[in-house]
Design a protein around this ligand. Structure first.
Ligand code: ASP
Length: 321
């Protein structure tokens, strides 16, 4: 088999469009590779010239703080040339289609495009039109693969593995690409997933993904190892999904009382951006003994370095191994 990345680690895909369909071995390749970058990122000199001469373009059609910055840092720490395309000031504003934008960028010979788009499926469509590797930085409510990988890395480092863990994903599941990618990853790696949300925020037939559904936080959190909170994605809500934010926090916001149902050492996670007092109590969010929210951000850079390296140096993408 052709080899990619440093030390001949090979990830056998041209793109990273989602977690769905990846095997446990493929997920482990990405997590193991990320692990080496966690150590590198804690050193004074965080750079390595692995992607010297490679061009990475961040193409974000939706707002982002963590994902865009961490791809930027990741690309730069690997010695690549990275540019951020600002859609707000680009020809997209002049009516250019997604595909025309992609074709234009493609003609400049980038090695990797990192794309975020408000529509589910848009990143896959774009990947079919370009010659370079494409990484999904979040497409609508579909997938956000690097978020699930960084969540998995955070859990694995704290708990030694994922298999057998009981993970509760709580909140706006309906609109969450983070939830979807995490469900696929956690199930593939042998964890058990519970979804806790009001009925209006649970996607129809989601049980088919092999999850347990709860509408009561106290019940759903019982004996969980991991509590993953999600933001209410109000920008994707068209209609009335909730009576009020106050009521939502009362029933579904994570506070110490509800948390007491989970295991004593249960980890608290949140992909960010957090809405304090809406889905999570501010003291719980900042509880240094339980909350790993900052660590998730740290792991994000390592995961994105691993993904960039393995895709950019994949010979199937025209990279020189
Ligand atoms: N940052 C995550 C995303 O882009 C979660 C969120 O926005 O709530 O999906």
């Amino acid at each position: 088999m052709a080899k990619g990345g440093k030390d001949n680690v090979h990830f056998p895909h041209r793109h990273l469009l989602g977690i769905e369909g990846l095997s446990p071995e493929e997920i482990s390749i990405l997590l193991d590779r990320s692990e080496t970058y966690v150590n590198q990122n804690r050193r004074a000199d965080k750079t390595t010239p692995l992607l010297h001469g490679r061009t990475i373009i961040n193409l974000f059609f939706e707002d982002s703080t963590r994902t865009r910055t961490s791809f930027e840092l990741a690309g730069k720490r690997l010695g690549g040339d990275l540019i951020n395309m600002s859609v707000a000031t680009s020809s997209v504003k002049k009516g250019e289609t997604l595909i025309d934008t992609a074709m234009t960028l493609n003609a400049m010979h980038p090695d990797v495009l990192v794309v975020r788009h408000p529509h589910s499926g848009a990143v896959k469509l774009l990947s079919e039109k370009v010659n370079c590797a494409v990484i999904n930085g979040g497409d609508g409510s579909h997938e956000h693969p690097t978020q699930a990988l960084l969540d998995a890395l955070t859990i694995r480092r704290r708990r030694g593995g994922l298999s057998g863990l009981q993970v509760a994903i709580c909140g706006d599941i309906l609109h969450s690409r983070v939830a979807r990618s995490n469900i696929h990853l956690l199930n593939t790696m042998g964890a058990r997933v519970r979804l806790i949300a009001p009925k209006t925020l649970i996607p129809p037939e989601v049980e088919r993904l092999g999850v347990e559904i709860f509408h009561d936080m106290n019940e759903g959190l019982r004996d969980c190892d991991i509590v993953m909170m999600l933001r209410l994605q109000r920008e994707r809500m068209h209609g009335n999904f909730l009576p009020s934010i106050r009521e939502y926090f009362h029933f579904f916001g994570l506070d110490y009382e509800k948390l007491s149902n989970a295991k004593e050492d249960a980890l608290i996670m949140h992909p960010g951006p957090m809405n304090r007092g809406v889905e999570i109590d501010t003291d719980v969010a900042d509880d240094v003994g339980r909350s790993v929210i900052r660590e998730q951000v740290e792991m994000g850079v390592a995961v994105r370095m691993a993904v960039l390296e393995l895709l950019a140096l994949n010979p199937d993408n025209g990279g020189n191994a």
